[in-house]
Design a protein around this ligand. Sequence first.
Ligand SMILES: Cc1cc2nc3c(=O)[nH]c(=O)nc-3n(C[C@H](O)[C@H](O)[C@H](O)COP(=O)(O)OP(=O)(O)OC[C@H]3O[C@@H](n4cnc5c(N)ncnc54)[C@H](O)[C@@H]3O)c2cc1C
Ligand code: SF4
Length: 590
Amino acid sequence: MATKLKEVDVVVVGLGWTGGILSKELAEAGLKVVALERGAMRSTEKDYSVPNIRDELRYVVRHDLMQNTARDTITVRNNPSQEALPMRRLGSFLPGEVVGGSAVHWSGHTWRWTDMEFKVRSEYEQRYGKNFIPADMTIQDWGISYDELEPYYDKFEYTAAISGKAGNIKGEIQPGGNPFEAPRAREYPLPPLTPILASEMFTNAAKNAGYHPFPRPSANASRAYTNPDGSKFGACQYCGYCQRFGCEANAKGSPHITVIPIALKNPNFELRTHSWVTKVLKDSDGKKVTGVTYTNILNGEEFEQPAGMVLLCAYAINNVHLMLLSGIGEPYDPVAQKGVIGRNYCYQTGAGATLFFEGRHFNPFMNAGGSNATIDDFNISWGFDRGPHNFVGAYNVSGGFNTVLPIGYRPVPRGTPQWGKAWKAATAKWYQAAMVINASGSVMANRYNCYDLDPTYRNAFGQPLMRMTFDYQPNEHRMGEHAAKTINNIAKSMNPTRLNEATARTLPWTVVPYQSTHNTGGTIMGTNPRESALNKYLQSWDCHNLFVVGANVFPHNASYNPTGPVGAFAYWTADAIKTYVKNPGLLVAA
Ligand SMILES: Cc1cc2nc3c(=O)[nH]c(=O)nc-3n(C[C@H](O)[C@H](O)[C@H](O)COP(=O)(O)OP(=O)(O)OC[C@H]3O[C@@H](n4cnc5c(N)ncnc54)[C@H](O)[C@@H]3O)c2cc1C
Ligand code: SF4
């Protein structure tokens, strides 16, 4: 029997970037906020300092900062004709499970998604006609514009200490930045990271090929910084242990060193760790939520936390799971193409080449999370005509390093034996002498790529696991071929001693190797309740005092990493809630 607690104004489920931003903003607005986080409190001083943080076994192999799949996981399959099986060990993606969420161990690449995404269907239809978009590609406009989100991108970039070079300030193209980006109000808060040899070589080759390389914007502070809230950052140490590790120098823009400590100082805010939310509760007519139930995972005690408002901030996958478990909104049916919860799950695709230069020393053990140079010539530029290549979407290409693990990274030319003396000799020879060029590509929504509740498998709380059905479609394969050609042309122009060429992905998606924690969709935003779960303020169409924040709101996935818009949307929703509390109800007419 759950113990019923005293009602609060707001309950926040999950305390990563989205939960941290909303907790801080709403506590400052005078609301009584309780955050329920399933993970433990961790800090730089106790947990992320050297030498203990330099532990590949603990953090990379044993996933110390990440979701415990023995308690809850998902089942996966490529298409509806298969039986889905549980992901028993984390692989393709690595969601977080500590205070600070996934952004404790993210890399920090921070992008602004533009109207190319937000108006995707109308833009492609206008340029290429309605028939260019395949019938089973369920892309749609998002119901928001870049101009509306711009001030919130700016706010997030200044909070998270992004190092970068603006390419377009108020419509004026800036030398050295990304000339394709949409206009921004001002420069990044910090100058770009110091380039490394691999990113410089890529930059030169890309320029020679006529492309427009620029330093990748990233939440790795290029120098000491105090953000507008007074949070202090040290300078990045180029420590080589960024992705999958906490930052020893407080140089990585993360909520546990910014918004969360500020919220914790506010008497309006309370954090309860080890608190696993199992369900969102509704009132008798289902038009409002009344709170949540949760279990203390240290002792199994169950609680009901009544609240005037519930904010789901539990990461893209878990937010959708909680909506399905709570019976809020109509579950999506891909056959009838009805319902909205679970719809438009998307992931990302890519291709990569490894270049070997005999005698060069790239020092791959020394880099930041975002030590890359990037080109967007095939990404957010309409100058690249997709028509002849017959695909919707885009890819960016980068050269450099994004955390190559000192032990796990063993580049060898193709054809090298995979074990024994010859492998050992090759790994010793090439460790210092290799660099990579990668492409990250968008994935468009497809009617059969979706989530629902698994009919067979259950989690530690006896609830159905969430089932993910996903595979790449011919559209993504065509884009992958184009990306691989671009990479190989740049790579060959650099005259490497040996080259592992990029190849387009042809095999089905698998959950086993790590790819990216960039899962999107499932409770998407939009302009009407027939095609979306949430309105443009990330407010549930069904229960107006429920907001669902994270990449689960994206109707499709872009080539860029998601946290730029995820952070911007959290600030955007915080402002919307400040308006909402004055006059509760739907902020957009259904
Ligand atoms: C290895 C890695 C590298 C990445 N690199 C980048 C990058 O370079 N650029 C980029 O843009 N993005 C990157 N990301 C993605 C980025 O980390 C996420 O987009 C972002 O952190 C999501 O924020 P969030 O608040 O939505 O969720 P999270 O930060 O995941 O926070 C959700 C929180 O909710 C808690 N929670 C979940 N379920 C429950 C429950 N039932 N009850 C209570 N609490 C719950 C979790 O424990 C977690 O703390 C990376 C992610 C990973 C894992
Ligand atoms: S690379 Fe820089 S930002 Fe990343 S963990 Fe190391 S010191 Fe921190």
